[in-house]
Design a protein around this ligand. Structure first.
Ligand code: NFS
Ligand code: SF4
Length: 623
């Protein structure tokens, strides 16, 4: 769908360079057993595959059923997603811990406001130093114990939801122990009851939420709360006259230190011939972190990460963890672009490795920028071709930024004007778009078409991660895209826009952050639900990951449902081989969680289903 991507992919001189789309074609047909989730290699008697048509073999060699295998695989997927998010959280935690111990670092607490907000939330009536130590203790307890997890979740979720989850006995026993337990129960000959496994999946997804909520909150303390601002998105943000460094991955620590060191290198870049100095652009969630906090332009989202290199004008691609395609090394090889890995757990053959440590962040960042400037000197100008496509992008819709805006309208009850608009149907509902790109879907096709359908029905859209990237690239994060909304929603966005100081309407899609910031959306929904004295599941809201790909997105989708948000997924998940499991996830689960999964690959039908779901919720609320 992205014209910049189409242009470079179709350019005759670049045809030889293999991208994800080529490899996807070569991979067809993909294995039917895998697609249905019916294969197991959890022990060396396997691999085992179950016949999807009910014929033999109907069980694995150990005797487990199709539903057992599918549920077990789902648990493992969620455990990996939760591990990725919580490890990210730990990286931020460790930096704050060092600060609390007085270790000299280049990082400092950028948001005292967020810090105080958290102290208040957790009833820590302490001064700065003691407060930080105690806050970190709480986070640590939540990572490692049931008691800690209970405390953090009880303070974060609605009372009704927390009680429900407690009753179901799915409160995580701490983030890390839950991941351990989940992996354990999926060992050969352990949990074979698909219902029990699905409860385990729910529990592990809640551990994911917890890890992510800690990561997102602590990142705000350390790096600042995103505020409303304008930037630009799509490949046109790469500047032919600058040394271009793309930052890609998820950990904002590396990229933030590069950004902070950049001003010291503009002169050097100019001396090397780059008249505009050093230009930082973002890809995927690392890009999103810098976009929301610092207004750094976003080059592209996940499926087209290789395409950014095809512009011939990236001098370095700096990566940290997650969603980084190993093929980048081969693509960079075709140009002068330096691929630089920075984390000890994420190396790529063919890339240069510069290890990141918080203590030496400045030196590391300097070395990386210098490497990019050196690479720039060997840039082949004949190969430079940057599509002149970029869109105005309004970002920074953190809960704090939204509340700040609403406070200007109603100082006493900030949520009231918002809720009133929902009651009046001017905002018919809210849909969160999350998740990735996936080569099984034309890139951004589901995002764009669903956003148009839903906005037309006056549904307010919020987005995170690569969904936010998709909307940035196509212009839906710009106030100029107001026309995609129904008239009533347009009125609301124009009215709210009056209070931002920008003298522009708000855009149809509110970009709330990277994937770990999905917890921000839950915090807002919880606040609305508490105000109305209902549960999240009573609200006219839904989530959609129409192009999901990663294990993290499965974990997020599962916790969204667990927290009461009915969630659409637009790529067939690898569970359909378990008929009972599928029936539970798409239907019966409503009985215990009052929310379910909608599996639908057609974006138009999916939109209809979401609108129907929201209408039903409105009816039940009597609005
Ligand atoms: Ni989320 Fe971000 Fe993108 Fe998907 Fe990957 S970058 S954490 S997993 S692909 S949205
Ligand atoms: Fe096969 Fe059971 Fe071993 Fe899985 S755990 S590989 S189903 S024998």
């Amino acid at each position: 769908m992205d014209l910049a991507v189409q242009y470079l992919r179709r350019k005759p001189t670049l045809q030889e360079i293999e991208t994800g789309w080529d490899r996807f074609e070569k991979m067809q047909d993909q294995c039917g057993f895998g697609e249905l989730g019916l294969c197991c290699r959890n022990c060396l008697m396997g691999p085992c595959r179950i016949n999807p048509f009910g014929e033999s073999p109907t069980r694995g060699i150990c005797g487990i059923t199709a539903d057992g295998i599918v549920a077990r695989n789902l648990c493992r997927t969620i455990a990996v997603g939760a591990a990725a998010h919580s490890d990210h959280g730990i990286h931020i935690f460790e930096v704050l811990e060092k600060i609390s111990q007085g270790v000299k670092l280049k990082y400092s607490i950028k948001s005292p406001q967020k810090f105080e907000q958290l102290l208040k939330k957790f009833n820590l009536n302490l001064d700065f130093e003691k407060g930080l130590v105690e806050l970190l203790k709480l986070a640590h307890k939540a990572f490692t114990s049931l008691e800690g997890a209970m405390f953090w979740l009880e303070k974060t979720l609605t009372a009704k939801r927390f009680a429900k989850l407690k009753e179901l006995n799915v409160i995580p026993i701490g983030v890390d122990p839950t991941i351990r337990e989940t992996l354990h129960r999926t060992h050969m000959g352990t949990d074979a009851d698909y219902k029990n496994l699905l409860l385990g999946a729910i529990k592990c997804s809640l551990a994911d939420f917890l890890g992510m909520d800690i990561a997102s909150n602590l990142s705000d303390v350390l790096l600042g709360i995103p505020k409303l601002k304008f930037s630009i998105s799509n490949l046109g943000v790469i500047n032919a006259k600058a040394v271009n460094i793309a930052v890609h991955g998820h950990n904002p620590l590396v990229s933030t230190s590069i950004l902070e060191m950049t001003p010291f290198f503009h002169e050097k870049a100019k001396e090397a011939g780059a008249e505009d100095g050093v230009n930082i652009v973002g890809i995927c969630c690392t890009g999103t972190e810098l976009l929301l906090r610092n207004g750094i332009p976003l080059a592209t989202n996940s499926a087209s990460q290789e395409i950014a290199v095809l512009t011939g004008a990236l001098d370095a691609m700096v990566v940290d963890v997650q969603c980084i395609m190993p093929s980048l090394a081969d693509v960079c090889e075709c140009f002068h672009t330096k691929l630089i890995t920075t984390m000890s757990i994420a190396k790529i053959p063919g890339a240069m490795h510069v290890e990141f440590e918080p203590e030496t962040a400045e030196e590391t960042a300097s070395k990386i920028i210098e490497t990019a400037i050196e690479a720039y000197k060997s840039r082949n100008r004949k190969l430079v071709d940057i599509p002149n496509i970029c869109q105005e992008t309004m970002v920074g819709f953190s809960p704090e930024a939204i509340f700040e805006l609403l406070l200007k309208i109603n100082e006493k009850e900030p949520l009231k004007p918002f809720i009133d608009n929902v009651v009046l149907g001017k905002i018919f509902g809210i849909v969160l778009f999350a998740g990735c790109n996936n080569y099984k879907v034309v890139q951004d096709y589901n995002f764009i078409n669903m956003a148009k359908e839903l906005a037309r029905h006056n549904i307010l859209l919020v987005a995170t991660g690569c969904a936010g990237g998709a909307f940035g690239k196509c212009g839906f994060l710009s106030p100029s895209a107001l026309h995609i909304c129904g008239e009533k929603l347009q009125e609301v966005l124009i009215e709210l826009g009056k209070y931002t100081g920008f003298n522009r309407p708000l855009p149809p899609v509110w970009h709330m952050g990277s994937c770990v910031d999905n917890s921000r959306v839950i915090r807002i929904l919880s606040a609305i639900a508490e105000t109305l004295e209902v549960d999240i599941s009573d609200l006219p809201v839904a989530a959609s990951a129409p192009e999901l790909m990663s294990e993290k997105s499965i974990a997020i989708g599962t916790y969204a449902v667990s927290l009461g948000v009915t969630t659409h997924i637009g790529v067939t998940p690898q569970v359909l081989g378990g008929r009972e499991v599928t029936e539970v996830l798409t239907n019966k689960i409503t009985e215990i969680l009052d929310a379910k999964f909608i599996i639908e690959t057609d974006p138009f039908i999916a939109s209809q289903k979401i609108i129907e779901h929201i209408s039903n919720k409105r009816k039940k609320l009597g609005i």
